[in-house]
Design a protein around this ligand. Structure first.
Ligand code: ARG
Length: 589
């Protein structure tokens, strides 16, 4: 499978242009805006006319005459000043879709050069429960991972844990304040340190805000926390042992969230993993003159001559000697180069961190921390808002935990599912599974179907509906096809050669054939919303077909077999796209 239907068509029309002595690039075809006029259109005659100084309608007429000779079209018409409307003949359409269905990747891999890509997403922090911001990072990141993998890229996914820096010093100091007799704080203790953590993850999640608040009121506390941070980074044993406990229990906690969301990481690295690399990096940056001292801090100047806004320098080391978020990110880039030599590193992180990434990328390029061809990109996203239009908060103004969002979604889904009568048909275990899948599908589709950079309002009631542009609706469309195919199997009916007997079948085939463009566009723009639109158009066209055409009830055996095949192809593609969006389809609903 080499090329999409649209590409093939553009080539055919391009050939017609070239046959009449005009550049073939004018033959670019596009799906018709108005289906009643044709399946595809080409407006190239207008631009061609300008270039060669001829009448556009005449050119279009000559192109149509050329196209007629190919025998590939059911209908060709001219409209307006020189638009060409086209309807492909059934053999061409059916041949294409059969071939596409044979291919594991639906012909989407054709022109894609495989790359080694590192995706950095998720980004939870030690001692802080994952919150609503991490929801988007996880959902978008995972769908881009699946998309890249589908395209044949070699994808490395790194959760990049926030486990270094001042928050760690604050926690150590806070725990010492409460439990100063623990061996971790005794500089003369020679070990071994206890095997289990002195605090639970729930306690940690309370300790952090307490410590952070205290540091703002109490300068002495802040000073101790800074010293603790520095000592930890320089490898003080007791602090490292305590830090490791905090890190381990925090990671274990986030795994539950990631499992629920189906996120798969190949690497569980964090900021702290750069600690051994930082001294050599700093030495090089100083030696080669990239790093400078400014107000007691070590910085890299990343401003460029044509900057419109002021670009602050990237701070590598504060005057107290501790390293920063930018330092660990720069060091991570160098380590990724050494370990993987990637073609691209993509960061799926809240858009509000765009300045940080701009500074880091500039520093990486300036200091040659990565090869020049490596593509570095911050894939930002907007905020999740409450119904008041402001970033989502709990009733008392706190951060909304990711876990509680997921639980609410599943609860809401359980209600919808129960209302729709499913509780009578399924036992508790299956109902649970369905509610979980519906709840997760609801939040994922709602998140991914928006333009990545825009904010959206979190409205579970709307997200869990079984109609419209929702995850549950797409899922239900797939489940219905599954049930039908199961029935067909029970009745001993089999699939057969495709034929087209109704326009709704042709429209469904056209929707299926548009996958390569959707996948291409989604990958180029890092825009899963394009795939959401695609799967929505699939379910719309499928429903229209199903409304007009009998499948199991069709009495002509050949037509029935063809329709069963069309249903099977649709299901396979729907499930594939839903998989990329992170949506699991239950066996029945
Ligand atoms: N831990 C960060 C946060 O919660 C996100 C980390 C993103 N990745 C990175 N390499 N900086 O905001």
């Amino acid at each position: 499978m080499t090329t999409s239907l649209l590409n093939q068509l553009s080539q055919i029309v391009g050939q017609a242009f070239s046959n009449i002595g005009i550049e073939s690039s004018f033959g670019k075809a596009s799906p018709s805006q108005r289906r009643e006029l044709g399946q595809f259109q080409c407006n190239g005659a207008l631009a061609a006319a300008k270039q060669v100084g001829r009448n556009p309608r005449e050119i279009a007429q000559e192109v149509v005459t050329e196209l007629e000779k190919t025998g590939l079209f059911m209908e060709l018409t001219l409209a307006g000043p020189g638009f060409i409307n086209m309807r492909l003949n059934d053999d061409f359409l059916l041949g294409h879709i059969s071939e596409m269905a044979e291919d594991t990747y639906f012909g989407c891999r054709g022109e894609h050069d495989s790359q080694k890509v590192i995706l950095d997403y998720g980004g939870p922090n030690v001692a802080k429960a994952m919150h609503v911001g991490h929801l988007r990072a996880t959902i978008i990141g995972e769908s881009l991972r699946r998309l890249r993998e589908f395209l044949g890229d070699d994808v490395i996914s790194d959760v990049h844990f926030g486990d270094w820096g001042l928050p760690m010093g604050l926690l150590i100091t806070e725990i010492e304040r409460e439990q100063s007799d623990l061996p971790y704080f005794d500089a003369n203790f020679t070990g071994p340190y206890p095997e289990t953590s002195p605090v639970t993850v729930e306690q940690l999640q309370e300790l952090y805000p307490a410590a952070s608040a205290r540091s703002k009121e109490d300068p002495a506390f802040l000073k101790s926390a800074r010293i603790a941070t520095f000592d930890l980074q320089k490898g003080r044993e007791g602090y490292l042992a305590l830090w490791k406990h905090m890190r381990d229990i925090s990671i274990a906690e986030t795994r539950t969230d990631f499992d629920l969301l189906g996120a798969q990481f190949t690497e569980w690295n964090g900021e702290a993993d750069t600690n051994d690399h930082i001294p050599e990096m700093m030495a090089r940056l100083k030696q080669e003159g990239y790093a400078q001292i400014s107000e007691g801090a070590v910085v890299i100047d990343v401003a460029e001559a044509d900057d419109k806004k002021k670009m602050p320098p990237l701070i590598l080391e504060k005057s107290d000697g501790a390293v920063m978020y930018g330092t660990t990110d720069l060091a991570t880039i160098e380590m990724r180069r050494e370990q993987h030599d990637p073609d691209a590193i993509l960061y799926v992180v809240d858009a509000r961190q765009s300045l940080h990434f701009e500074q880091v990328f500039r520093a990486a390029r300036k200091c040659r921390s990565i090869k020049a061809e490596c593509h570095l990109e911050h894939i930002g996203f907007g905020t999740v808002n409450g119904k008041d239009g402001k970033p989502l908060k709990t009733r008392d103004g706190g951060v909304v935990r990711l876990r509680s969002l997921i639980e609410d979604a599943i609860e809401e889904a359980r209600e919808t599912v129960t209302e729709s009568g499913m509780s009578e048909r399924f036992d508790v275990t299956e109902l649970d599974d369905i509610a979980t899948k519906v709840g997760i599908a609801a939040i994922k589709y709602a998140d991914l179907s928006n333009q990545r950079m825009s904010n959206y309002v979190f409205d579970l009631e709307r997200f869990t509906k079984f109609e419209g542009r929702t995850g549950p609706y797409q899922m239900y469309a797939a489940v219905r096809i599954k049930s039908m195919l199961r029935k067909a199997k029970e009745q001993g009916l089999s699939e057969g050669r495709l034929q087209a007997t109704h326009d709704t079948e042709r429209n469904l085939i056209l929707a299926l054939a548009a996958l390569p463009e959707a996948v291409q566009g989604a990958a180029e723009k890092n825009a899963p919303n394009i795939l959401c639109d695609h799967v929505y158009s699939l379910s719309q066209e499928f429903n229209a077909f199903y409304h007009e055409c009998q499948v199991l009830g069709e009495t002509d055996a050949a037509i029935r077999a063809s329709r069963l095949r069309l249903c099977a192809i649709t299901l396979r593609q729907m499930e594939q796209v839903l998989y990329i969006l992170g949506i699991d389809v239950p066996e029945r609903m």
